[in-house]
Ligand binder design. Structure first.
Ligand SMILES: [Zn+2]
Ligand SMILES: [Zn+2]
Length: 152
């Protein structure tokens, strides 16, 4: 998938230009890796999450289903099953393709630019997820009673 103005992908810094090669098996690479491809460059492990809920939904008074956290800048946005899909919007406007699930117990990464799912990735700055007692969908009090009908 090509986003003409996304900026990130093909020309970005690093761009996966063979940092260590595709794990050609010279022993030393990847401590305990071994399960598929590694998360591409473009992750900032020091970026703190923008909050415990979707940044734009909090501002607009909206609600979300599940949360995704940008692995580059820490932006927290709502997933594609949510009404506003702010995580995808963040990728479109910033060119930050990598997100990690911000749901408790989930640590997979997703690359919007390639549609690739990574079961594992670098440890990002805590918290790694929204508070476990925060409801999904959320936030409490703003989810319409018929929310299930609006899911995509
Ligand atoms: Zn949102
Ligand atoms: Zn970002």
């Amino acid at each position: 998938m090509k986003e003409p103005d996304a900026g990130g992908g093909t020309t970005g810094p690093g761009g996966g230009g063979g940092v260590t090669g595709p794990g050609a098996g010279d022993g030393t690479t990847g401590p305990g890796g071994g399960e598929g491809a590694a998360v591409p460059d473009g992750v900032d492990p020091t970026a703190v999450p923008s909050g415990t809920g979707c940044l734009e939904c909090e501002q607009a008074g909206g609600w979300w289903f599940h949360l995704r956290r940008c692995a580059r800048c820490g932006h927290v946005g709502c997933c594609d099953s949510s009404p506003a899909r702010h995580a995808t919007a963040h990728f479109r406007t910033t060119g930050h393709p990598l997100v990690q699930s911000f749901e408790p117990g989930e640590d997979w990464f997703w690359d919007y630019s390639t549609g690739e799912l990574y079961a594992d990735g670098p440890a990002l700055a805590p918290p790694a997820s929204r508070p476990a007692d925060q409801p999904a969908p959320g936030p409490a009090g703003r989810v319409p009673a018929d929310w299930a009908r609006t899911l995509r």
